[in-house]
Structures are given as C-alpha cells and as structure tokens.
Design a protein around this ligand. Structure first.
Ligand SMILES: C[S@@+](CC[C@H](N)C(=O)[O-])C[C@H]1O[C@@H](n2cnc3c(N)ncnc32)[C@H](O)[C@@H]1O
Length: 294
C-alpha cells in the first residue's frame, strides 16, 4: 500500500510577503518544515572554507576527525540557497538524507546509488560521513555542470565513488547542452535513485522522458526518492509561478510546478508507481515522492 500524505484541504502553497522575506529559513514555511531548506538555488558568492568545527552535535562529534578529511565544496558550487554556505547545514542535510534513503528507499552499504543532479556531491559527503567504512558499494553522481563535477571528481572520488558529467540540455543549468537525454545508468542497475530538487528545475517534456529513464534504470526492488513542486487545482506545468513559494523566481526554470495528478500521470507513464508521497515539507515547499517500478 503506498503511503500518501496529502495536502491539507484547500491549502495552497502560498507565502505571505513576510514569510518570503524570511526565505531560506524553511522553519517559517506554513506547512511543516521539519527540514533545513535546500534548493532556493541562489548563486553563491565567494568560498566558504571548511573548518572542521561545528555545532552538528552527535553526528560531527562522532566524526570530528573524519570531517576534517571530508572536503566540502566551496560556496560558489553549493546549490541550494544561503544556508548551505554554512558547513554544518550542508553536512547535516546530507547525513539526514542518507538516513532517509535508508529508511524509505532501502539504502545500505551494498547499494548501487545514483545521485542524479548531484551538484558538487552533497549526498556523497553524507555517505562518507555516515557509513562506518565511509562508502557504499557504488555511489554515482551525475550532473550537467562541468565545474561542479570537476570539483567533485577531484575531491570526492575514492573507492566506491564516481562522478559523470552529462552534456544534456537543461534551460537553467546547461542551456547549450545536447538535446539527447541520459541519466548515465544501464537498465536495471540502480537500487536507489536520489533526485533532490531536480524536477523542480525541469520542463514538462524532459520530466516525462527522465521519469521513463528512471523507470528503466531501477533494479527490481529499486526505489527513487525525488522532490518537486506539486499542487492541486493548478496548471499541468508552470514555470516560475508568481506569488508561489518563498522566493522571487528569476530566470529560466528557477521553479517548475506540476499539477499533482499530471505529475503522477507522468510517473505512471514512466513505468513507475508511487510508494510514498509527503506534501510540501521539502526545500521551499517541495513535496517528496518515493517511487518504485510499477
Ligand atoms: C538545485 S540543484 C540540486 C543539487 C543536489 N541534488 C542537492 O540536493 O544538493 C539541481 C541540480 O540538477 C542538475 N540537473 C539539472 N538537469 C539535469 C539533468 N538533465 N541531468 C543531470 N543533472 C541535471 C543541475 O545541474 C543542478 O546541479
């Protein structure tokens, strides 16, 4: 039975001007922001050095020495808004998501994990921090931005970790990319796919095509953990909807929002089924889907 957490009746994901002022701090989000926010996608300025000292409590107290050895990307390569310039928040969300992948998608040290739209490897940092051997069987980070992948390759490649840059088009992140689509995975080879804030920056046609590629790539028991903006009673797909969410959306595909039924039709069209849906608790009010093969 899929587990569905639905939006409150009549609720629309709108922010008051006051809430928007406080953007980047999702605890102000009207629904239930149990999460530290992630993908406001503001361009970083400068570099946030990694100091190896933090207020992460247990996680980093245990791994204090280890943390010094886990390189963190400079601020300009961190996707996800101002709060990610803070090393603690960056690592904390990464470790938190590794734990959520364990709980909701069955991630374990033997897993083959595809981090699709990995940025500079935030989740890879979480894997290194969380697991005893600092690795899993196969972590594969894939992204369209060469600078970010170069950084990740240079700093995070290790046994069990690899990164691939795919030159495919995305109007926001790689507008001059090729029209082809790939997620750089062979059919049936991915146990866990993580796509955090990737469909929140994607056109409708690409979304349908990539969901189908995800459906093919998952192993029999595989799960995909994806976030996106979905609402009821809105257009099927909309770019930068005015007055919606915590930010003033700027530029191509800053925020892409789907009508819930439409998104779930695309999911079904991709040979996938909804295992779990949690409305509005992810970064900037995105919803979480856990998907499995239909
Ligand atoms: C908002 S960032 C999220 C980064 C990362 N998932 C995280 O949570 O830290 C979205 C990422 O998706 C990547 N992306 C967009 N379209 C893509 C595609 N077709 N294939 C691979 N990566 C893509 C972007 O380059 C960007 O790094």
């Amino acid at each position: 039975m899929p587990s569905i957490v639905s939006p409150r009746a009549g609720f629309t994901n709108r922010w008051t001007p006051c809430q928007r002022k406080l953007r980047g701090y999702p605890l102000t989000f009207p629904v239930a922001a149990a999460q530290v926010g992630l993908v406001g996608d503001e361009t970083a300025r400068g570099v946030t050095p990694h100091r190896g000292k933090s207020a992460l409590g247990k996680v980093t107290a245990v791994s204090g020495l280890r943390r010094k050895k886990t390189p963190l990307p400079p601020g300009k390569y961190r996707m996800g808004g101002k709060h990610f310039k803070n090393d603690d928040a960056f690592i904390r969300t990464a470790v938190r998501d590794v734990k959520r992948l364990e709980r909701l998608a069955g991630l374990n040290p033997q897993s083959r994990l595809l981090d699709w739209g990995c940025g500079a490897g935030r989740l890879a940092v979480g894997i290194r921090e969380h697991y005893k051997d600092h690795r899993i069987e196969d972590y594969h980070g894939v992204d369209v931005q060469p600078d970010l992948i170069d950084w990740a390759r240079t700093n995070l490649t290790a046994p069990g970790f690899r990164f691939t840059c795919v030159d495919v088009a995305n109007e926001r992140y790689n507008p001059a990319g090729l029209p082809d689509r790939t997620i750089a995975a062979d059919p049936g080879t991915v146990d866990v796919l993580y796509a955090y804030s990737v469909f929140s920056h994607m056109n409708d046609d690409d979304t349908a095509a990539y969901l189908a590629l995800i459906g093919q790539a998952l192993s029999e028991q595989g799960k995909a953990f994806v976030t996106c903006f979905v609402e009821e009673g809105v257009s099927a797909w909309e770019e930068n909807p005015e007055g919606y969410g915590p930010l003033e959306w700027k530029g191509r595909l800053h925020c892409t929002r789907f009508e819930r039924r439409h998104f779930e039709d695309l999911v079904a069209g991709g040979g996938l089924a909804v295992d779990r849906f949690v409305y509005g608790r992810e970064t900037d009010g995105q919803s979480l889907y856990v998907l499995r093969r239909a």
